[in-house]
Design a protein around this ligand. Sequence first.
Ligand SMILES: Nc1ncnc2c1ncn2[C@@H]1O[C@H](COP(=O)(O)OP(=O)(O)OP(=O)(O)O)[C@@H](O)[C@H]1O
Ligand SMILES: [Mg+2]
Length: 378
Amino acid sequence: MISSSDYNSIMREYGELQRISRAERDARVEEVYAGIPRIRELDESRGSIALQLVRRGGDPAEAYEKLRKEKEELLEAAGFPADYMEPRYVCADCRDTGYAGGQKCHCLKAREIKLLYAQSHIDKLLESENFAALDPSVYSEPEHMARVVRYCREYADDFGMDPAGDRETLQQKASVGKESGGTENGACTAAVSQAAAEGKETGGTAPGTVTLAASQVSDGAQDNGGDKKPAAGVRRHRENVLFTGNTGVGKTFLCNCIAKAVMEKNHSVIYLTAIELFDAMAKAQIRGDANMKNLYEKLMECELLVIDDLGSELNNSLTNSNLFFLINHRLQKRLATIISTNLNMEHIRDIYSERISSRVKSSYDIIPLIGKDIRLRK
Ligand SMILES: Nc1ncnc2c1ncn2[C@@H]1O[C@H](COP(=O)(O)OP(=O)(O)OP(=O)(O)O)[C@@H](O)[C@H]1O
Ligand SMILES: [Mg+2]
């Protein structure tokens, strides 16, 4: 959702559109009156003329229709389009009010999305990096990456539909996730974790190992485990994701795919590289920079925050404490965060802190991306 001040500014734009269309219509009306005085007459005495027609036994609707026709003929005879005196709206469906039939008009939704895009910091990039542009043939580990892509699509589809605190337990499907694809440095080993599938902490995994839970990359079939409740229509997952993998495996691309899809569902998304993020936070805190303060507030309240390339920043105690604060704040508020990084969990613990790594382990879906550097394969 956009903030209320952004909503109000969109509504002011609608007000302005209405004012312009009224002013333009008034000018056209004056032009017609000047050229065809009979039309002014008809308009000014519309009520009484219609009344006379009705008195002569006509029905009011017919009477008005007759007048409308006469006006139309006069206009056309003078070379004006029949609707020349009607208001012209940018959106005829809602007459530039933003609402049609008690619902948000498509044009209001589009305006909101446009604003969300602009706020996301990646509006340009999203033109080229999105699910429609995703090419599965770039992956050197197609099976694993197909599951990851499916996970990403489901994440975006389900976004905003997972009620807080109501996660279904999904039984891992025996047929999937039985793989362990190592990356060149062995940092990211895909392994099935029942604990993760059940939404528990994945703390039992060996250090340096990230877990790709079977349920997280399932083939999409719904399974509620041992209990016989019908499967929920919506696949449950954590709202937070850590994409980890070597350089060039496609982490940023998938973050962008999700960001775009989530934005198109009308949710607020902010994308920042870790360098930009820590820079913005520091500028807001230390220098009190107004723009950065505004961004800082959005970091704390946007529905999805994407932090790309965590670990690429120059790490210090301020970046550490800011990362902790941000992660913790967003977890408490149940706001979704996606992090992409070349680091594994062990690195994250060592570089940042146990407090950060334990929160990530317990509250994030940790999704390893594996394969060769796509930049070199292209
Ligand atoms: N599925 C895909 N289809 C088409 N192009 C892709 C796909 N995945 C990645 N790419 C392209 O491959 C290149 C590398 O991908 P990306 O930048 O996402 O890697 P990365 O894992 O974020 O790397 P780094 O760790 O260096 O940031 C980019 O140019 C990206 O646009
Ligand atoms: Mg990247």
